[in-house]
Design a protein around this ligand. Structure first.
Ligand code: TMP
Length: 213
């Protein structure tokens, strides 16, 4: 395995998707290696179809374990069909959400247990954790305010959750920062987007440089 696997995490409205797109374009111009930008749940047709089921606003009766299993199933297919082959070719893979979303949302916020969700995911990802994870930290109030401003974004079932749920997600991510201090790096996402972008770019450039030397 010669590629680099970088994931970005955080709540809705943290600016992950916009920043990742800019970053992927910039890296594609600078790096000789292939840059693969992808997302979870989704990234390939089967997983995008599972995404539609999970996020469909009509599916209000979905059981929390069913939801966790569907995220894991989507992750498995995306992992074997897109992520692993890209890493095998030596690509830099930038993934918008990965296992930490399941640990924070299903494990902590839905109270299924971080360790239980981690175990459930181990066989799906063959124990392969990201090389680096950037956690975009922002208060749920500010994140939701930003979503309101950009009404173009799709509204989904998870957007219907209460503010209290989003606070739990944030606590979940804070626990993960303590659990994986060498892998997860916190980014203050409450700053203006251009500043956040520059910090992310710097961190990733340094990480790529160090991993080459
Ligand atoms: P997105 O809007 O950032 O694409 O993510 C879709 C929603 O799915 C978002 O509310 C976070 C949630 N999610 C989980 O709850 N568990 C997971 O494992 C993943 C990947 C996403």
């Amino acid at each position: 395995m010669s590629g680099l696997f970088i994931t970005v995490e955080g709540p809705e409205g943290a600016g992950k998707t916009t920043i990742l797109q800019r970053l992927a374009e910039s890296l594609a111009n600078e790096e000789e290696r292939d840059i693969v930008l992808t997302r979870e749940p989704g990234g390939i047709p089967i997983s995008e179809q599972i995404r539609d089921i999970i996020l469909d606003k009509k599916n209000v009766e979905m059981d929390a374990w069913t939801e966790a299993l569907l995220y894991t199933a989507a992750r498995r297919q995306h992992f074997v069909e897109k992520i692993l082959p890209a890493l095998d070719r030596g690509a830099i893979v930038l993934c918008d959400r990965f296992i930490d979303s399941s640990l924070a949302y299903q494990g902590y916020a839905r109270e299924l247990g971080i360790d239980e969700i981690y175990r459930m995911n181990q066989f799906a990802i063959q124990d392969m954790m990201p090389d680096l994870t950037l956690y975009f930290d922002i208060s749920p109030e500010l994140g939701l305010q930003r979503i309101e401003k950009h009404r173009g974004r799709e509204q989904n079932r998870l957007d219907m959750e209460t503010l209290a749920f989003h606070h739990k997600v944030r606590t979940g991510y804070q626990l993960l920062l303590e659990k994986f201090p060498n892998r997860i790096f916190r980014i203050d996402a409450s700053e203006p987007i251009d500043i956040v972008y520059e910090k992310v770019k710097q961190k990733i450039a340094m990480f790529i440089k160090n991993s080459c030397s």
